[in-house]
Design a protein around this ligand. Structure first.
Ligand code: PGA
Length: 262
């Protein structure tokens, strides 16, 4: 795993977007895994800048969202389907027909979740999965204790996740108790993973994810087993890392031909 410490949110977004654009180069119909939440917003902004400047084109790309609440219809602005539409599909010029979100309103959630995994496979798998991380180390809505080989499925949200997400709801009691999330096994099949973490409240989860022992207590630690995971943090989110100097050396001393440049 490559850990990159950016000086602020904008720089984190630029670095993450550079890695995404670099990984998608030459792929005719790329498949992106996309996340909601505040962490990837500066990354999406920078991808938008690249599209505007003509160095990136996502008009043929396909996207699969990481997760969706159970019980919130797709046309409700609180749904992740709608959030992805306003933060990804429209600003980045995706064809809406090529963007999918797990169905949190299905009569048979389990069947829908299985079909979602199959649709990702049928699309050829995810080229780049964009991730945030929860304060508790979750990725997607794979809460601590999730099976490390889990597939897309219904999950019960932890109290800390519901509290963290209450900021979007008028009444904290309205935060759904369940979601449909890509599983850890699903996420691990992406060919590249780019995780963005911002702010002090993510510092402990990032230290655990990058330097702690691997285990279900902190689902993001599984990325230590991924062959191509890039973790981009701002200084606050990276503040509890023990090996900051080494991560800086890795970037500084990287051979020219391996360097990801804008
Ligand atoms: P955030 O959420 O990007 O809004 O902090 C991340 C997450 O909970 O996975």
């Amino acid at each position: 795993m490559d850990v990159i410490i950016a000086s602020n949110e904008q720089e984190a977004g630029r670095i993450a977007a550079a890695h995404i654009a670099h990984a998608l180069r030459g792929i005719e119909r790329p498949v992106l895994g996309v996340a909601t939440g505040s962490s990837p917003l500066s990354t999406y902004e920078d991808l938008g800048r690249r599209i505007k400047e003509g160095s990136l084109d996502l008009s043929q790309a396909r996207a699969f969202a990481l997760d969706e609440y159970v019980g919130i219809p797709a046309d409700n602005p609180l749904s992740y389907a709608d959030t992805i539409r306003t933060t990804v599909t429209e600003p980045l010029g995706f064809d809406p027909a090529n963007v999918r979100t797990p169905d949190g309103m299905a009569d048979d959630i389990a069947a829908g979740a299985k079909e979602y995994d199959e649709a990702i496979k049928a699309a050829g798998g995810i080229d780049v999965q964009i991730l945030g991380i929860g304060n508790n180390g979750h990725i997607g809505f794979n809460e601590p204790g999730s099976s490390l080989v889990s597939r897309t499925r219904q999950v019960c949200l932890t109290r800390e996740t519901r509290e963290a997400n209450a900021r979007y709801f008028d009444d904290p009691a309205d935060v759904p108790t369940h979601a449909v999330s890509q599983g850890l096994g699903t996420i691990m099949e992406a060919r590249k993973v780019v995780l963005v973490a911002l702010g002090e409240q993510k510092a402990a989860a990032i230290a655990a994810a990058c330097e702690g022992p691997m285990g279900a207590h902190c689902p993001a630690t599984l990325l230590q087993m991924h062959p191509d995971a890039v973790i981009v943090v701002d200084e606050a989110a990276g503040s509890q890392l023990q090996r900051k100097d080494y991560y800086a050396d890795v970037q500084r001393l990287m051979p020219e031909d391996q360097r990801v440049v804008d």
